[in-house]
Write a protein that binds this ligand. Structure first.
Ligand SMILES: [Ca+2]
Length: 472
């Protein structure tokens, strides 16, 4: 097979067609619904839900996205070939904590002032885990948390801390305050307030804790939702020696091997428990790979920036009782959508942020009933806000202040006081050709939407001062 390092694998790519059957209702709006009935089954009552999120895994760090990949991901490749591959899944932010905040709150991270990594999630209405608790689910968190601010890496999260996973609505949690590696002197993890030291590969060890939670919940007859938030392939890049050997000595690829292996362990465990058919298993990354320390494939930029390489990350959904045939979804989806999607699934309520919703239920997209996104996705990031206080996290005068808006085809992007750029991210996902001059009307309409959204965020920031979490 011809190698082409920087070529996007679009749904038109003949090399891709040999690997996976493309379902028309997912990839082409004009054919919406044509094969829906045969491909899908009704959503089962109260399915189990698992969100597995890797840390800094870029778009190119799965073999299915690169013909010449050095990343060995046989399990993720198998999931991609059997489930629904999300080729335009976006993290809400190009760094850790804000994306996590988007999942927990269902709002853009700026609405809750989690403007960069290690900002605490102090502003919150009903969290996603609390909403799931209210709807009869057992809720567990396993792995990296990173919503408590700038604590030391070996800080053991106290059970009663107002920003602990327990205080945010998790019934069971084995969580580290930030990234960690089991081979380093610990302990790093807190099992509901008690220090625990895990051994072996970091991803495998975290997954073992999560599987125990799933088994207990299943044996006791409770539907569960598990958040498995890996600490890999984020640094310190210390894979298990056997994974590093598998990856031909590459440490970051060895870390990805660990994530992939643990996903295989999970799938086998779900089958052994007899629950795999009725479990929504959603894999994703929290942001793109750091430039030169990972691989964002054919995308421009990387972690800590709003070009596609910082935001578009690998994502796959397996849900055998609902998604009966493999497919590729090219509708834009963002991590902020997870809250609204689960609220839709279980009949829960979606909190409002500034009188609006940043996320939407993507169940109709997953089910093939909706083949385009009705509202665009807004992004806002300033890499210089790292290390600042949340009160001065939104400084719009800085040259590093980036904004973007993405719809089904176009993306506008702006940095500092620069002019807005426009890209066709369907035909030009590498953002090589700024076409703002050729399409001034599209650019202007998108700028208006983005600026209106920013105005709504500013209003919400004032209102959210009343929501600071100080109580247990
Ligand atoms: Ca990250």
């Amino acid at each position: 097979m011809k190698k082409c390092k920087d070529r996007p694998l679009s749904q038109k790519d003949p090399a891709l067609k040999t690997r996976i059957k493309i379902i028309p209702w997912v990839v082409a709006g004009s054919m919406a619904g044509t094969t829906l009935a045969s491909a899908l089954q009704p959503v089962s009552a109260r399915p189990n839900i698992i969100f597995c999120m890797s840390d800094d895994q870029g778009y190119g760090q799965v073999a299915y996205n690169r013909i010449d990949s050095k990343y060995l991901t046989p399990v993720l490749d198998d999931m991609a070939s059997k489930g629904l591959r999300l080729d335009r899944y976006y993290a809400a932010s190009p760094v850790c904590s804000p994306t996590r905040a988007s999942i927990i709150t269902g709002g853009h991270p700026y609405r809750v002032k989690v403007c960069h990594a290690s900002f605490p999630l102090q502003f919150c209405r009903t969290t996603l885990p609390q909403m799931m608790q209210q709807n009869g689910y057992r809720v567990g968190h396993f792995g990296k948390w990173h919503l408590m601010g700038r604590e030391r890496l070996d800080y053991i999260i106290p059970a009663g801390h107002p920003l602990s996973p327990g205080s945010m609505g998790f019934d069971t949690w084995v969580s580290a305050v930030n990234f960690f590696d089991c081979s380093e002197p610990g302990p790093f993890l807190s099992k509901m307030g008690t220090p625990v030291e895990l051994k072996g590969d970091t991803s495998d060890a975290v997954m073992a804790e999560a599987i125990q939670f799933m088994k207990t919940s299943t044996e006791e007859g409770h539907p569960f939702i598990a958040f498995v938030w890996f600490a890999s392939p984020h640094d310190p890049y210390k894979p298990l020696p056997e994974y590093q050997r598998l990856a031909n000595g590459n440490k970051i690829a060895g870390e990805v091997c660990g994530v992939d292996h643990s996903m295989g362990t999970l799938r086998n465990a779900l089958k052994a428990m007899g629950v795999s058919d009725n479990t929504l298993l959603w894999f994703m990354s929290d942001n793109g790979a750091p430039p030169n320390r990972g691989d964002n494939g054919f995308l421009d930029g990387g972690k800590n920036g709003l070009k596609e390489g910082g935001l578009r990350v690998p994502s796959i959904i397996e849900w055998p009782s609902v998604i009966k045939e493999p497919g590729v979804c090219t509708v834009p989806i963002v991590s902020t959508d997870l809250y609204a999607t689960l609220a839709d699934l279980v009949g829960g309520k979606m909190p409002e942020w500034g009188g609006t919703h940043d996320g939407m239920s993507v169940l109709p997209i997953i089910k093939g009933e909706l083949t385009s996104r009705p509202q665009p996705i807004a992004f806002w990031h300033d890499k210089e806000s790292f290390g600042k206080n949340y009160n001065d996290g939104v400084d719009e005068t800085r040259e590093t202040n980036e904004r973007a808006l993405v719809d089904n085809r176009y993306k506008i992007y702006c940095k500092g006081a620069g002019a807005y750029e426009l890209y066709d991210v369907v035909d030009d996902p590498g953002e090589k050709n700024n076409i703002a001059g050729a399409f001034p009307e599209i650019t202007e309409k998108m700028v208006q939407k983005l600026e209106a959204w920013q105005a709504s965020v500013r209003i919400g920031l004032d209102a959210n001062k009343l929501l600071i979490r100080t109580e247990k």
